[in-house]
Design a protein around this ligand. Structure first.
Ligand SMILES: C[S@@+](CC[C@H](N)C(=O)[O-])C[C@H]1O[C@@H](n2cnc3c(N)ncnc32)[C@H](O)[C@@H]1O
Length: 490
């Protein structure tokens, strides 16, 4: 693509106020929500005034041809150059988009992202092309929200696609490298970066090949993680060409070798769940890094195969051929069964480079969490380190109850004591721990003044219990509260 077009184009988009907020306001909540369901009719009803903003919204988001006059009004002097760049096509008096050009934003900036057009608008049959370049997807957003946003010297966006992660990384990394194997993705990522005035070094090549011998402070990736036999047609945005979850294993094994000391690699991924526990299986891939993994969701194999066959347009409801849909479904499901795959996990893998023996923390947490969650990832690391202290060290530590923890009690009406006590975080993963009355009292008394052991002994005395056995009985629960960030060293 013509990168020289990018600055003039972004100036025109800005002049037309083609920003995320302005488009959302123009469409209104219902048409905006409809567009997210790939329905254009409500949006067309709201964009008929011929203004530059309405024209760009129709052209690039609603995938509806606009008149040449309207296009010239919205992109003054740029239509011909946009045709040459492959962005739009002119047919008589009609201009239609060949690529998706959408406003995007974060807390700080208005941005634009170029990608392929979303297939299957308004329920039209579609077949996704093998080198399709995905736009900003829910997975892109999840990874962006998981990313630790501390200032860093260097960052790698592995499998950059349309370049969306590079845009975010450029806001807090001095140097950004993006990689991809799809030439169309490389071109679109470069164009996206140029549109936003972002200098990212976008390189061609598989996984870590383009960065051989280089290390980064932060690596983020939303790799092509779909778990399949890898024998059929490969959609490069989702299929790695490797069977099963090998692509994720390869990234986990190789990433620590590309991280600076204390650097982080954050991966959004699927993994196979076999008769070996998922945490043990994934943990066996980790060397040279502490790992913090959260399994957010588990799908059964049939639901998984259906979801991805529908994604490619193979389902008969989107124009697929029923016989071949059923055959592919059966083959894929049969292969998963033969591999002993009982379910497919989805979640987050965070690797923190260390030369010490790796600390592994794996948790299943399908519940709603605070977003963005990135700021809490470094907290998990710090909390796990604190919880790993020996018993004597823990009893000597001054802890305070995190400010976001609340206590919930339940029990029979009129009962003197609660039946259950739950401590619940309001932030981060929003975890909850059921505790007994002693641990609740200890946690409530942790204000950083006294060592933990002294507080436990005092609570034991108040309840008429022996301090020694009380310490022994509550050590495990207290250690878990420290590991999960309910109690923090002062
Ligand atoms: C799911 S998309 C993610 C795109 C983008 N990073 C995002 O967050 O939206 C995966 C990307 O990985 C790329 N990819 C596929 N195989 C790859 C490989 N072996 N090495 C590097 N990138 C690859 C695909 O072309 C695609 O752009």
């Amino acid at each position: 693509m013509d990168l020289d077009l990018a600055p003039d184009l972004s100036a025109a988009l800005a002049a037309a106020t083609y920003t995320y907020d302005q488009v959302a306001e123009l469409l209104g909540p219902d048409a905006h929500a409809a567009l997210q369901r790939n329905e254009t009719t409500p949006g067309l009803r709201r964009t008929a005034d011929g203004s530059p903003l309405a024209t760009l919204t129709r052209l690039f988001l609603l995938q509806t041809p606009v008149s040449l006059t309207a296009a010239e009004g919205a992109l003054p002097g740029l239509v011909e150059r946009s045709v040459a760049a492959g962005l739009v096509d002119v047919d008589g008096d009609q201009v239609r988009a060949l690529l998706d050009l959408r406003p995007y934003a974060d807390d700080l900036l208005d941005l634009w992202v170029a990608s392929d057009l979303t297939p299957g608008m308004d329920g039209t049959p579609y077949r996704t092309r093998p080198d399709h370049v995905l736009g900003v997807s829910s997975a892109s957003t999840s990874l962006a929200q998981l990313t630790i946003r501390d200032d860093v010297g260097s960052a790698l966006d592995l499998g950059t696609g349309c370049g969306v992660q590079s845009l975010h990384l450029a806001e807090h990394a001095d140097r950004v490298v993006g990689t991809d194997v799809n030439p169309r993705a490389l071109a679109l990522a470069r164009f996206t970066c140029a549109l936003n005035g972002v200098e990212a070094d976008i390189r061609d090549g598989s996984l870590f090949e383009p960065v051989a011998g280089e290390r980064f402070d932060l690596i983020v990736t939303n790799p092509p993680f779909v778990i399949s036999p890898a024998t059929g047609e490969r959609l490069v945005y989702r299929d790695s060409g490797m069977p099963g979850d090998q692509v994720v294993e390869r990234i986990v094994r190789a990433a620590p070798g590309h991280l600076t000391d204390g650097g982080w690699c954050q991966i959004l991924a699927n993994w196979a769940i076999t008769d070996r526990p998922w945490d043990e299986r994934l943990g066996s891939w980790v060397t040279g890094a502490d790992a913090y993994a959260v399994q957010r969701e588990v799908l059964d194999p049939a639901a998984y195969v259906e979801m991805w066959l529908k994604d490619s347009g193979a389902h008969p409801s989107t124009g697929g051929v029923p016989v071949s849909y059923r055959r592919r479904y059966d083959e894929w499901l049969g292969w998963l069964e033969a591999q002993g795959v009982q379910g497919i996990g989805f979640g987050w893998l965070n690797l923190h480079r260390t030369d010490a023996s790796p600390r592994l923390s794996f948790t299943e947490w399908p519940y709603e969490v605070e977003q963005p969650i990135g700021a809490h990832v470094t907290g998990w690391h710090r909390d796990a380190e604190a919880a790993a202290a020996g018993a004597d060290a823990l009893w000597a530590t001054r802890l305070h109850l995190a400010a976001d923890v609340v206590q919930e009690t339940q029990g029979a009406a009129g009962a003197e004591d609660p039946g259950t006590i739950v401590l619940r975080q309001q932030r981060g993963l929003r975890r909850a721990h059921q505790v007994d009355t002693v641990v609740a009292a200890v946690a409530g008394a942790c204000d950083g003044d006294l060592p933990l052991g002294v507080i436990v002994d005092a609570v034991a005395q108040l309840t008429g219990a022996e301090p020694g056995p009380t310490r022994a009985s509550c050590l495990g629960q207290l250690r878990e509260l420290v590991a999960d960030g309910f109690l923090r060293p002062t």
